[in-house]
Ligand binder design. Structure first.
Ligand code: ATP
Ligand code: FE2
Length: 320
């Protein structure tokens, strides 16, 4: 069985193909705003423009044709409506043209499932960190349950906002990581954690107010150390509470080496297994949509619509 998955919830248009065991293609292109954050209409235009080539190169990589695909999966949400509807429209059209099943995939769950696949961990605590989302999740009784989360903005969003203030282009995460590795001095920043929840927007305001007094390297270093410590502390609480035996970090911010290093140190000191996921599967990608579509292959046929708001814990997981 072959599943083709399309991702388009925000900045990335991605197409992945899987047979359920291997990812046989994972092609993507990311929209980069000229300045500032994502402009929804521009992101959608980018996705429509790149769709034909990305789909073609994914099919070529996998050495298959569209008629060989058994299920078309798409990122149903959460996301920004304009870009979100691109994956829906294309998958819906293809499923009707080739008379194949259509499956709508929750984007957040796709980040979780690709992490489980890539690490081989059956039942980990997962720190899901991306632009819009920051959640500590584990599976219980038919749902992915959120044990802790941000009370305001996602950690990627915080990094991107800091980047904008410092004149670093979107997405700022990778550039901040480079600056942070050269930082020498730790500047204390607000550390706000309540149980397994964190609050991040206060740091943004604080750091904007002191930015002219420090180097971008020291600010980046201090920002990473503070925020990542909060996330790892909250994750440790979830591990202690649930007594799960493995830990993984997923989502766009999981590309960060320092965050993974902190996660590994915390996990190993508790006797919990830890593995990083490959960079290619950290940020938004089509492979995670294809793979989750494969897991959902026995879902009954139904009509789908894009869902800009679509919480992780609202989805009933029937395949576990
Ligand atoms: P979601 O809908 O899951 O919130 P998203 O639209 O935010 O998805 P992702 O690709 O999952 O998309 O995450 C993008 C975020 O990851 C951006 O905020 C970006 O700055 C951040 N990021 C990417 N690489 C790194 C890195 N090396 N270090 C820190 N952050 C990173
Ligand atoms: Fe994402």
């Amino acid at each position: 069985m072959l599943v083709l998955g399309i991702e388009s919830t925000a900045h990335t248009f991605g197409v992945g193909i899987t047979d359920g065991k291997e990812i046989v293609a994972n092609e993507k292109d990311t929209y980069k705003p000229k300045q500032g954050g994502i402009i929804p209409r521009e992101a959608a235009d980018h996705h429509y423009k790149f769709a034909p080539n990305i789909i073609k190169s994914a099919l070529d990589k996998a050495s298959v044709k569209l008629k060989d695909i058994d299920i078309f999966a798409f990122s149903q949400g959460p996301g920004i409506y304009s870009p979100l509807k691109v994956s829906f429209q294309i998958s819906n059209f293809l499923s009707q043209k080739y008379k194949k099943k259509l499956i709508g995939v929750n984007h957040c769950i796709a980040h979780l499932e690709i992490a489980r696949k890539e690490t081989g961990f059956e039942d980990p605590v997962m720190l899901y960190v991306s632009g819009g989302n920051t959640q500590i999740i584990t599976f219980a009784e038919g749902h992915y349950r959120v044990f802790g989360e941000t009370q305001d903005i996602g950690v990627g969003n915080l990094l991107d906002k800091f980047g904008r203030v410092m004149g670093i282009s979107f997405p700022a995460g990778p550039e901040i990581e480079k600056y942070a590795s050269k930082g020498k001095r730790y500047i204390p920043l607000p550390y706000s954690i309540k149980g397994m929840d964190v609050s991040l927007s206060g740091i943004e305001t604080f750091i904007s107010n002191i930015k002219d007094k420090h180097s971008v390297e020291d600010l980046s270093f201090s920002l990473q150390e503070t925020v990542f410590s909060m996330l790892i502390e909250a994750s440790e609480r979830a591990l202690a509470y649930t007594e799960k035996e493995s830990f993984v970090i997923t989502g766009g911010v999981a590309a960060n080496k320092r965050l993974n290093e902190m996660g590994r140190i915390m996990a190993e000191s508790r006797g919990v297994k830890f593995k990083s996921i490959p960079m290619e599967y950290a940020g938004d990608n089509g492979a995670m949509i294809a793979y989750t579509g494969y897991l959902m292959k026995n879902e009954p046929e139904k009509d789908y619509l894009p869902k800009p708001v679509f919480r992780t814990d609202s989805v009933k997981i029937n395949y576990r």
